[in-house]
Design a protein around this ligand. Sequence first.
Ligand code: ADP
Ligand code: MG
Length: 245
Amino acid sequence: MAEALIQMHNVNKWYGKFHVLKNINLEVAQGERIVICGPSGSGKSTLIRCLNRLEEHQKGEIIIDGTELTSDVKDVELIRREVGMVFQHFNLFPHLTVLENLTLGPIWVLKTPKTQAEQEAMKYLERVRIPEQANKYPGQLSGGQQQRVAIARSLCMNPKIMLFDEPTSALDPEMVKEVLDVMVELAEQTGMTMLCVTHEMGFARKVANRVIFMDQGEIIEQNEPDKFFDDPQSERTKLFLSQIL
Ligand code: ADP
Ligand code: MG
């Protein structure tokens, strides 16, 4: 069997004395799509932020595409190139146009020539269906459009893995679908390896190979979506699902 693209072995993390991740074991194969859910404060963001080293773990092992995450700076740069991230609050640069937001990383990090970077950026803007917004500033766009720019920006770096941290939870309800549609397309058309923290259960059923439920820093239960939603095993999962469904 091929080695998993993401491996977490007995990963533990503390914020001061607070034990936020407890013995996390998780392997994700290339092309797999994982949805992570769980109550607020259960460690979901911390877990995925450890995967691109926005947070450091203190115990255990994280291996991304064969590279162990250590404090060695070179590893961090390599990993950040391979692992794209989309945040709840978009995190676009407000003083740069959409096109400039998209080409910044390719030009400065990947050393792609500007015209080529712009051509590729336009291709990704078409994929997220807003090529006509290329010369606007983020503040001139709706939340749903900004989040689609953020997704396109990640794709411009040609990542192997995409992490999404509640990408639709800051959006007005009418904009959730346009962002989820783009993510579904990304999953179905590119076979991208994706980890997505979300409570959008329709999305999970449609796209995920596996749904993981976290509570109080632990992975409590995981299963394929239909089994996870229709026949949850743990009482904590049942309680959580009864509150969100
Ligand atoms: P989730 O994404 O599931 O809501 P988080 O991973 O954001 O959970 O947070 C898990 C717990 O860790 C929460 O109790 C939160 O208050 C705490 N926490 C998160 N970030 C920090 C930090 N930088 N310093 C201290 N505590 C933190
Ligand atoms: Mg979170």
